[in-house]
Design a protein around this ligand. Structure first.
Ligand SMILES: NC(=O)c1ccc[n+]([C@@H]2O[C@H](COP(=O)([O-])OP(=O)(O)OC[C@H]3O[C@@H](n4cnc5c(N)ncnc54)[C@H](OP(=O)(O)O)[C@@H]3O)[C@@H](O)[C@H]2O)c1
Length: 269
């Protein structure tokens, strides 16, 4: 069960450290959703600045491949722990395996939906449950474990403020994560734990390729480039560009309660 013994206040104000990503060297970051896409890219970025990385996801084969990729052929302090983020007990085990945890990034999530008239509630219940209760489980466990100066970074998408037809439930669930983040920031501030969300535009990841019906690997690259021509900057973002925003939210010790939009200007177009 999740520990409830965490102190309710920290002694003194929030710690100050360099806000550069390098200040994360030696800290431990749990990435729920770290076996693919933006979470995997965050793992590699964090490893490159000397953080210890713990990746969590459901598919064990994909997780093992992600651990090998983040290690990059070197002996590195990178762990993979299988977990479904909707299972609070499984997330607790991730933290117990990790030992001390300083920061948590939750990128796990999926997209889906459809027009209201063709989409019964049963078709979108898992989407809502995963997004909201997954964030809730991760935040509850994180709140019980993180030290003063720790942070929680969650994930939303531009549909929260710029929906298109057919995404109503997905838009509502990412908007809920944004509201949840602001409430978390207020509730956890006395413990000097920060909470933020990154609101993503469209990034070239397995998830986005699936949504656009684009094949994985090099054979899909031309289609990614073609789909990206419609965007303000003439392309989709890369997973690393998305992930670096999460690294910013972790490393800047004065950012909390913020929804940071990283969308290549999609909100403007
Ligand atoms: N890429 C975009 O253009 C875009 C745009 C807006 C928002 N987003 C959001 O950004 C986040 C990351 O997207 P992405 O493109 O990196 O997706 P992705 O490539 O599909 O990666 C998602 C990761 O989350 C894990 N995951 C999914 N459900 C999980 C669960 N219930 N428990 C634990 N792990 C779970 C997946 O592994 P398993 O399936 O093995 O568990 C995988 O590692 C998502 O929340 C997505 O909705 C992405």
């Amino acid at each position: 069960m999740t520990s409830t013994s965490a102190p309710t206040t920290a002694a003194g104000p929030a710690p100050v450290r360099s806000p550069l990503p390098q200040s994360l060297a030696g800290s431990t970051v749990v990435i729920v959703g770290g076996s693919s896409g933006i979470g995997l890219a965050a793992g590699s970025l964090l490893r490159s600045v000397g953080a210890r990385v713990v990746l969590a996801g459901r598919d064990e084969t994909r997780l093992a491949a992600a651990v090998a990729r983040v290690k990059g052929g070197e002996d590195g302090d990178v762990l993979g722990v299988p977990a479904d983020m909707t299972d609070e007990g499984a997330i607790e085990k991730v933290f117990e395996t990790a030992g001390r945890v300083d920061h948590v990034l939750v990128t796990a999530g999926s997209m889906g939906g459809g027009p209201l008239s063709e989409t019964p509630r049963s078709a979108v219940e898992d989407l809502v449950a995963g997004r909201i209760w997954g964030a809730y489980a991760a935040a509850r466990v994180a709140a019980a474990h993180l030290p003063a100066g720790g942070s929680i970074t969650l994930t939303s998408g531009v549909y929260a403020t710029r929906p298109v037809p057919g995404v109503a439930v997905g838009a509502a669930s990412v908007a809920a994560v944004e509201a949840f983040t602001r409430a978390l920031a207020v509730e956890l501030a006395p413990r000097r734990i920060r909470a933020n969300t990154i609101r993503f535009g469209v990034f070239d990841t397995p998830l986005a390729r699936g949504v656009f019906g684009i094949p994985a690997g090099p054979e899909g690259d031309a289609a990614v480039a073609a789909a990206g021509e419609a965007f303000l900057l003439g392309r989709m973002g890369t997973a690393e560009e998305a992930a670096s925003a999460a690294v910013f939210a972790m490393s800047n010790t004065y950012v909390t309660g913020t929804v940071l939009t990283v969308d290549g200007g999609l909100s403007l177009s």
